[in-house]
Design a protein around this ligand. Structure first.
Ligand code: BMA
Length: 340
């Protein structure tokens, strides 16, 4: 009998591997055949990382950050039977605007994929006179309609909630600068229609713990649980050899997600394996999606590794929530409603 509940559709075909006996210091453990996506996965694409997946019918679908051989990132669609072995469509996602005309961002990276009601939303970072958030919607993964940019530049790491709260769409984001932002907190905004966004609130500050002392950013779409919204996010520290990106865990209030109920002072995953420590940008673990099954409490976390690969990690809901609660340290910035 599980201690906590997840509220999401059942996913009996979730990818899974049991916890190895040697797993200590975190409720997450890595898939033993990581990375699941290696270099040069597709003609014209050198690396795939920071990507998001979802169940779709009997299969899985994903939106993948593909770094083209000209160095420019774009989003590619992929399909899989087991969420581990992926086939990619060779062409970039062909977005159209609301009039049906082709829309091609100058660049597009770090996509998230979230279903709200009967629509799938892709949220990514694109140029809007600087880095900003792009959004598109689809119902069939054939037609992708790009909608208005939700926020002003500069902004990254937008994560949509999988259901409306008090009748409104909820989206977290991380306002930033135009470069490799050396600062940043997570904020949340709401919208009745995915076009007009407001009631902005502060969710979490950087700086609580050393591993996330420089900046933080939303990661996977939050999972609805009996304890609140379970959020996997990224936290960054600065070292004499550059930034290190780790995966953190927090639980947000179910009705007022700008309130952080629990925030784990320890990272849940940090670069340790060769494919996380070595690559185009070393020392990066960057979560963008989870698959999760309420019947078994299983959670699979998909994360980008070293801006070069995709890794997969597993955990159990009960253990993850207990670990976050047992190691929780929240500040006034976390627990306040976040309006000033
Ligand atoms: C961030 C984003 C991510 C990337 C990370 C590490 O600023 O651009 O896409 O994984 O840097 O390079």
């Amino acid at each position: 009998m599980s201690k906590y509940q997840m509220f999401a559709p059942a996913l009996p075909n979730i990818p899974w591997q049991e916890k190895p006996a040697c797993s200590i210091n975190s409720p997450l453990w890595r898939y033993k055949d990581n990375p699941i996506i290696g270099r040069n996965p597709l003609e014209g694409v050198a690396r795939i990382f920071n990507s998001a997946v979802m169940p779709y019918g009997e299969k899985f679908v994903g939106v993948f950050r593909g770094e083209q051989t000209n160095g420019v990132p774009y989003i590619y669609l992929g399909w899989s039977r087991d969420a581990i072995h992926w086939d990619f469509e060779k062409d970039k996602i062909p977005f159209v605007d609301e009039e049906g005309k082709p829309f091609m961002p100058i660049y597009a990276y770090d996509p998230r994929l979230v279903r709200v009601e009967d629509t799938y939303y892709i949220i990514w970072c694109q140029d809007f006179y600087g880095a900003a958030i792009g959004v598109a919607k689809t119902q069939d993964f054939k037609t992708f309609v790009r909608v208005e940019n939700p926020f002003l530049p500069f902004n990254r790491n937008a994560v949509l909630f999988p259901r409306k709260v008090h009748g409104n769409f909820m989206m977290m984001s991380r306002p930033s600068d135009s470069g490799h932002t050396p600062f940043g907190d997570i904020f949340i905004s709401e919208s009745p229609d995915m076009v007009y966004w407001g009631r902005h609130r502060h969710v979490m500050s950087r700086g609580n713990n050393w591993w996330e002392g420089l900046k933080i950013g939303g990661g996977a779409a939050p999972i609805e649980t009996s304890e609140g919204w379970l959020l996997f996010y990224h936290g960054v520290t600065n070292t004499c050899n550059g930034y290190v990106y780790s995966i953190g865990g927090a639980i947000l209030d179910i009705d007022n997600p700008s309130i952080v109920k629990y925030r784990c002072q320890n990272y849940l995953l940090t670069p340790e394996e060769w494919f996380e420590e070595r690559g185009f940008v070393p020392n990066v673990t960057f979560p963008c999606a989870t698959l999760h099954d309420p019947d078994t409490g299983r959670i699979a976390v998909f994360y980008g590794a070293a801006d070069s690969y995709v890794g997969l990690a597993f955990g159990n809901l009960d253990e993850i929530i207990d670990y976050i609660k047992d190691n929780s340290k929240v500040t006034a910035d976390d627990t306040e409603i976040g309006r000033r």
